[in-house]
Design a protein around this ligand. Structure first.
Ligand SMILES: [Ca+2]
Length: 479
């Protein structure tokens, strides 16, 4: 089996060889073996807030069932805790600064190819239903995905994204959680307003779980379960301090569950550390092609045109429980509502997280601190006047040191900064060095990149500034 598959990979690589192939080799039996792909993606959901990842309080029976039928990734990450950069790195296999979509509400560089192009080249129909939050359209030419999309034309494999709006704020779609009965995690201030917000957020997650269950039913009823790679993933962390808009694990770690009965054994967990840019390369390999041959049409500064990510198919098939040595984080605050510049970068090994706040003298501001639509932030500041813990937790969000280092095995919520502890100096320096290597590979100039964020937002500006961001030295004026 293995030998056959390898020779198959060589034959149907995405290079010119594939174009020259006789059509008989890409049709019939060969094509039928390609798996369907369905990715159900949440919006702003913490990895831990479902039963499959240990929550005893959030009701997610469908996600938990999927985990029981497939493989659960205990170390999966996005590189940004914001909607638009997260989706665009997931769909392109390229990290945010390189692909251009690094602030929120941003677009990839003109000409960048996405999974739509890559899977169409492999004979797939590629659709999306729900949230988009990407651009320009030419880079993401998804068909309209719906239930008819699944059942239409069964000779061709499909790749479908189901992009939910749950549990993004406003938290109003779900119910069924009593605020008084919740366990408050250590990163939140325990008061009635936070409890109300958390209950409403949990209700949204249960609504998301029902959507995931619906699509599991659609696939099961169409008789397609066996050879459909069915993925549920949480997208990025929730809009609580330390989650969305940060590089803490609460923001960057994602739930990632894959069911593929034809190839993946049921009920497995893996420690292999994966990131969203790895997902498309993995699925390309699962579809029988060689991901390192794919041209993204979005070169990095060294001229490499391939994906930033690499296939973790071997981890998915249970052949290894290792993948990346490091995963990375990048946060751009400029361009968010009321956001002043506040660039953050991070690198994470399986054990440690190193974060650099490039403008540490600034006060971190964003939607939570400026708008407080969920109505708890001002209560944290109120409580901070008389409660030391509330003071610490709110200060941790708005005033940060230049460097942060966490031992994730001892401190999973990243509350105890070890950056100035000499015992950890060697670890910190090693991580800092690797982070610089990654930033250089991305063409990431730190503060300068932050100041150019608005050139990546909006169609007209994005087009003008493509490919020439290196030459831009002055920040754009606010629109
Ligand atoms: Ca989101």
């Amino acid at each position: 089996m293995r030998i056959n598959r390898r020779s198959f990979l060589r034959t149907v690589g995405l290079g010119t060889a594939a174009l020259a192939m006789p059509t008989s080799l890409t049709s019939g039996q060969t094509r039928k073996r390609k798996p369907n792909i369905l990715i159900v993606i949440a919006d702003d959901m913490a990895c831990h807030d479902c039963g499959a990842y240990g929550s005893k309080e959030v009701r997610t029976p469908n996600i938990d069932r999927l985990a029981g039928e497939g493989m659960t990734f205990d170390r999966a990450f996005t590189a940004t805790a914001m909607c638009a950069p997260t989706r665009q790195q997931l769909y392109t296999g390229i990290f945010p600064v390189r692909n251009g979509a690094y602030p929120n509400h941003s677009r990839v560089k003109t000409g960048t190819k996405s999974m739509v192009h890559h899977f169409r080249a492999l004979g797939y129909r590629v659709g999306l239903t729900g949230k988009t939050h990407f651009g320009p359209k030419e880079s993401f030419p998804f068909e309209k995905g719906n239930e008819a999309f699944v059942s239409a034309n069964k000779d061709e494999p499909f790749c479908l994204i189901v992009a939910s709006h749950h549990p993004h704020t406003p938290w109003k779609s779900g119910g069924g959680y009593d605020p008084a009965n919740l366990t408050i995690p250590p990163y939140l201030v325990d008061n009635p307003e936070t409890r109300r917000a958390l209950a409403a957020y949990y209700g949204e997650i249960t609504a998301f779980d029902e959507q995931a269950g619906h699509w599991m039913e659609v696939i099961d009823e169409a008789g397609l379960s066996e050879n459909t790679i069915f993925i549920v993933t949480s997208e990025q962390g929730p809009q609580f301090p330390g989650g969305k808009w940060t590089c803490y694990d609460l923001g960057l770690q994602v739930a990632f569950i894959v069911r593929w009965p034809a190839k993946v054994n049921a009920g497995l967990r893996t420690k292999a550390m994966i990131q969203y840019v790895d997902v498309v390369p993995t699925l390309v390999e699962a579809a029988g092609a060689e991901p390192t041959n794919v041209d993204t049409n979005c070169p990095d500064p060294a001229g490499n045109r391939g994906f930033d990510g690499k296939s973790f198919l071997n981890a998915l098939l249970g052949k290894t429980d290792e993948h990346n040595k490091y995963v990375y984080g990048v946060h751009t605050t400029l361009g968010i509502i009321s956001g002043k510049p506040y660039p953050i970068r991070s690198i994470r090994s399986t054990r440690h997280k190193y974060i650099v706040n490039l403008m540490p003298d600034a006060t971190f501001q964003n939607v939570v601190t400026e708008q407080d639509r969920e109505g708890y932030w001002k209560t944290w500041l109120r409580d901070a006047a008389k409660d030391e813990r509330a003071a610490e937790l709110s200060k941790r969000y708005t005033q940060r040191p230049a460097e942060e280092l966490y031992d994730l095995a001892k401190d999973p919520w990243e509350l105890d900064n070890l950056a100035s502890d000499p015992e950890y100096g060697k670890i910190k320096r090693a991580l800092r060095k690797e982070l610089k290597v990654w930033m250089a590979q991305q063409g990431d100039r730190g503060i300068e990149t932050e100041m150019q964020a608005k050139t990546r937002q909006g169609r007209r500006k994005a087009k003008q500034k493509d490919r020439q961001t290196k030459n831009v030295t002055q920040p754009k004026r606010r629109r």
